[in-house]
Design a protein around this ligand. Structure first.
Ligand SMILES: [Zn+2]
Length: 130
């Protein structure tokens, strides 16, 4: 492999592509074969991937662009200011997007990583609206 994945990207991919979900297994197996081609410059750290398509099996999700994983980001106070999305194109990992819903809270890959690591949960208020 030419270069290793940045630690933040590797950590978040590992967390959102859980081993217990069969839908996540194919893209998860592709992770060792991707490298970051570019990052969004707005500060959100959305990362675009290059993947050696000869080295991996595509996920069985068809030829289109699909969301392979979608994980909300929670702050310590239970606020949910955004989410992390993993996209595949034609079954191949394509990009990791950090999406912000909040005007007040800045969301980046670092925020997502912290949320996943701390296991932040929705607040009681958010939980009650389910
Ligand atoms: Zn951005």
């Amino acid at each position: 492999m030419a270069e290793t994945l940045p630690a933040d990207v590797a950590l978040v991919l590992d967390a959102v592509l859980g081993e217990d979900d069969p839908v996540h297994l194919a893209p998860r197996r592709q992770v060792p074969h991707i490298r970051v081609r570019g990052r969004c410059t707005c500060g959100c750290d959305t990362a675009y991937f290059d993947l050696d398509r000869h080295a991996v099996e595509p996920a069985p999700s068809g030829p289109g662009t699909v969301v392979a994983a979608e994980v909300p980001i929670f702050m310590e106070d239970g606020e949910c200011p955004g989410e992390v999305l993993v996209f595949t194109q034609g079954g191949y990992l394509s990009w990791l997007e950090v999406c912000s819903w909040s005007d007040e809270t800045e969301v980046s890959l670092a925020t997502a990583e912290r949320s996943l690591r701390l296991g932040c949960q929705p607040s009681d208020k958010a939980e009650a609206t389910k």
